[in-house]
Design a protein around this ligand. Structure first.
Ligand SMILES: Cc1cc2nc3c(=O)[nH]c(=O)nc-3n(C[C@H](O)[C@H](O)[C@H](O)COP(=O)(O)OP(=O)(O)OC[C@H]3O[C@@H](n4cnc5c(N)ncnc54)[C@H](O)[C@@H]3O)c2cc1C
Ligand code: SF4
Length: 334
């Protein structure tokens, strides 16, 4: 592990000042914020992340979940995954988010992991974490070991010839279906980004995973007010029942009125290079009765552009069935 400076910020301004102050030992580019540390510290120990300074933000006053005037919620960046999953307002009005969080990692990890850190967790592609192998995401231009290597767990949607890694987060899939906005602060001011634009496709630059710039801090995430009468479900399929990343997952939010689907949002995990909103599946469902034929049509539409690799062709059908079952669970009591 490289030497780095460790600083503790007491408030947002101090964190931003620390991040943007250049010294001979520390640069903005080399700065990482430390929240729960469950991703960053692992990657530092593996020499994948080599920051020049680490700014501990876990004491920042960004640890609240609050209801907005219009009925939505704001979730602070340092709210722990366990606290968010068990918050009464989230459990009641956004069950898909609570279910997604509780399906991730372990109880101990969820007690440490934060909203901001979960948004920015890195891929679990084995080559990304092994500095002895080529990886375009870790070392641009070095090549992609996974395309002709171990790719069973990797993506089938949105891939490029430069990277096929999945975004591993469960929370991000639910936030995508919920059309969350990510709020960011820097010394230049504040901005917010729709979650679908926050995550980038790999294209020829897989090292750029989000639209966050160096030194920018995520302060909070907002969710719009839930659609009246909606039902939502997060379904995660994996190799074992707990403490495992998704092979395929689906977050679905559906409203049925007069026997027809009149509002639906679908996002997929485990199969996309980013949390994968499927507008194709949504279009296939709108106006239809919530039945098996409609669910299969949505599943086919969602996977029509799938591009499987040598070891993960099984994910195409797995993801389709995941969508179908999630829709069935969400609508069976509607
Ligand atoms: C064994 C294991 C199993 C896991 N299983 C799952 C799983 O099944 N599903 C799942 O979804 N996740 C899983 N995870 C990942 C886990 O959810 C993430 O490690 C966690 O959410 C990261 O949050 P953190 O607060 O610890 O982030 P940190 O490690 O503190 O930070 C992660 C990154 O985010 C940056 N960052 C953090 N906060 C901010 C901020 N406010 N603004 C700007 N940058 C910020 C850091 O600089 C760093 O680059 C697993 C992790 C482990 C170790
Ligand atoms: S899939 Fe992406 S992360 Fe994995 S080796 Fe290829 S470039 Fe690296």
């Amino acid at each position: 592990m490289e030497h780095f400076q460790l600083k503790r910020a007491a408030n947002v301004k101090q964190a931003l000042d620390m991040a943007t102050t250049q010294t001979s030992a520390a640069s903005t580019q080399g700065t990482r914020f430390l929240a729960g540390g469950t991703t960053l510290l692992d990657l530092m120990k593996l020499d994948v992340e080599r920051p020049t300074q680490v700014i501990d933000i876990h004491r920042l006053p960004l640890d609240k979940v609050e209801t907005l005037d219009g009925g939505g919620v704001t979730i602070g960046a340092t709210v722990r995954n366990a606290d968010l999953a068990n918050h009464p307002s989230i459990k009641t009005h956004y069950p898909v988010l609570s279910q997604a969080l509780l399906s991730g990692a372990s109880a101990q990890l969820r007690n440490m992991a934060t909203t901001g850190g979960n948004l920015l967790q890195r891929t679990r592609c084995v080559y990304f974490r092994d500095t002895q192998t080529p990886c375009n995401k870790r070392e641009p231009g070095s090549g992609c070991s996974a395309i002709d290597g171990f790719n069973r767990n990797l993506a089938i949607l949105g891939t490029s010839d430069h990277c096929i890694a999945t975004n591993p987060s469960d929370m991000n899939v639910a936030l995508t279906a919920l059309e969350a906005s990510v709020h960011i602060e820097s010394p230049q001011g504040k901005r917010s980004i729709a979650i679908d634009d926050f995550f980038l496709l790999p294209g020829t630059t897989p090292e750029h995973e989000t639209s966050l710039n160096a030194g920018e801090l995520i302060t909070h995430v907002t969710l719009p007010a839930p659609m009246p009468g909606n039902r939502s479900v997060y379904l995660k399929l994996r190799d074992r029942a707990s403490y495992e990343f998704a092979l395929a997952s689906a977050a679905v939010i559906v409203t049925v009125s007069s026997g027809r689907i009149d509002h639906v949002r679908i996002a997929l995990g485990g199969v996309g290079v980013k949390p994968w909103r499927s507008r194709e599946a949504e279009a296939a469902l709108l106006g239809r009765a919530p039945d098996a034929a409609a669910f299969r049509a949505a599943a086919e539409a969602a996977l029509q552009t799938a591009r499987p690799q040598s070891q993960n062709g099984f994910k195409v059908e797995l993801a389709k069935r995941c969508i179908q079952h999630a829709l069935m669970f969400a609508t069976q009591t509607a």
